[in-house]
Design a protein around this ligand. Structure first.
Ligand SMILES: Cc1cc2nc3c(=O)[nH]c(=O)nc-3n(C[C@H](O)[C@H](O)[C@H](O)COP(=O)(O)OP(=O)(O)OC[C@H]3O[C@@H](n4cnc5c(N)ncnc54)[C@H](O)[C@@H]3O)c2cc1C
Length: 395
């Protein structure tokens, strides 16, 4: 590999893909990005960015472009088994003073950072359909959605940053079922048009019962987002009819104004995510000149609270490793994977424990969770970061 041979195809324009493109650019590579969607997405769902994520953002030079939306007023409310809401600890009360953002805020910050580094070729409506490799090059067949036209292009490196159901992984490593570890849980995430009636505009609401939970995340300068997550023994059965129908049945009897409002808004939402919860487990994230980053490689899943962080760190560290081994791609990729692996293993394991915070596994876990968070909430209230904790009208 010479100084001229540094052209990389990045597949996916999410957090991992843009971070990798920044890392590559900084290491003197020329990234070309292909994205299946017709345009860059915005909005999304609540994402908490913890200290490791802040550090990764800093390493990428993205911090000045990150729009942070932590509530500056209001309160988090915990809904008890009786349906009564009381002030309590919220997601942002966890250690590390996490940032509250939307996924789209991170992507936007990264995008601006990448643009500061100069023009990068991005092709929308484009996806890879075949990858073959020689020791010298990776040959990728790209398909354009509009015309169905195929072109074959050669790259020195292919970065698969195309999410949990990655095509690059399928093409270069094998079928999804070899790597997807499906959990018996479902998520639904969407943006609210209006806050739940009776609550302050920045309030958060948590209703975490045994096996089913509803979270409303408040922000300083926009309407809240919702996360519905529940456990199920039959994941496939959840997708046999419209999501709203499934959710109304799952949440039947868990009456609270926040849930009623959220389900009504979901019926009108222009966009929402309804999916099973998975982790991706792979013995290696590299094969010759193909490397996976982000959810494509290791999907930690939402319960870990570290997926965005890992995606940013993956891209930043890839760039550092390539810069450290300018003439030896395999050494760079090996060093990168060795550095990332302990962090990923730790957070994949931790996600199982964190799942109990989001949606307790049964009545005992529900009570333990309430006890632990009640204590944290009491401590938190003593040094409250928020004001205005009058009881909401809604419940
Ligand atoms: C509800 C929810 C809450 C979360 N909360 C948090 C949190 O609090 N903290 C945190 O750190 N993380 C959180 N996460 C995780 C975090 O959002 C993800 O880990 C992160 O966004 C993954 O980024 P990615 O770029 O790897 O994948 P993705 O976001 O999936 O992006 C993949 C991109 O590739 C494109 N693509 C897909 N297939 C192809 C193809 N064949 N060809 C071309 N392009 C393709 C897609 O269109 C997309 O643009 C949460 C996730 C969810 C679902």
């Amino acid at each position: 590999m010479t100084q001229q041979d540094k052209r990389a195809l990045v597949v996916g324009l999410g957090i991992a893909g843009i971070s990798a493109a920044i890392g590559l650019r900084r290491a003197g590579w020329e990234p070309v990005i292909v994205e299946r969607a017709p345009q860059r997405r915005t909005g999304g769902y609540f994402v908490g960015v913890f200290p490791d994520g802040k550090q990764a953002a800093e390493d990428l030079g993205m911090t000045p472009h990150l729009h942070v939306r932590n509530p500056t007023a209001g309160q988090d409310w915990n809904v008890g088994p009786s349906g009564r809401a009381t002030p309590g600890a919220g997601f942002l009360d966890q250690p590390g003073a996490p940032y509250a953002v939307l996924r789209g805020d991170i992507e936007q910050g990264l995008w601006r950072t990448l643009q500061d580094l100069g023009d990068v070729q991005v092709r929308f409506d484009t996806r890879p359909v075949a990858i073959t490799q020689t020791p010298q090059r990776a040959k990728v067949t790209l398909e354009e959605a509009a015309t169905g036209a195929h072109t074959v292009e050669e790259y020195d490196l292919v970065v698969g940053a195309d999410g949990v159901r990655s095509s690059v992984r399928e093409l270069a490593f094998g079928p999804h079922q070899d790597y997807l570890d499906q959990w018996q849980a479902i998520i639904c995430a969407f943006e609210l048009d209006r806050q739940v009636p009776g609550y302050g505009p920045q309030d958060g609401i948590i209703n975490a019962r045994s096996r089913r939970a509803a979270w409303v995340f408040g922000f300083a300068d926009r309407t809240p987002t919702v996360l519905l997550t529940y456990r199920t023994k039959d994941v496939d059965a959840q997708f046999t009819r419209p999501a709203l129908e499934t959710l109304r049945e799952v949440y039947a009897g868990m009456d609270h104004p926040a849930l009623t409002h959220a389900l009504d808004e979901l019926g009108r939402a222009p966009d929402f995510l309804f999916d099973s919860v998975n982790q991706v487990k792979m013995p290696t994230w590299r094969s010759g000149r193909v490397v996976l980053v982000g959810d494509a490689a290791w999907c930690l899943n939402l319960y870990s609270g570290m997926g965005s962080t890992a995606a940013m760190r993956g891209g930043a560290d890839l760039g550092k490793a390539l810069a450290a081994h300018p003439g030896d791609l395999q050494a760079a990729l090996a060093e990168w994977e060795k550095g990332m692996r302990p962090f990923i293993t730790h957070h994949q394991r931790r996600a199982r424990i964190m799942q109990q915070l989001f949606v307790p596994s049964g009545p005992v876990a529900e009570r333990v969770r309430a006890l632990v968070l009640g204590t944290i909430g009491a401590v938190g209230r003593l040094k409250s970061r928020k004001t205005g904790a009058d009881a909401p009208v809604g419940g």
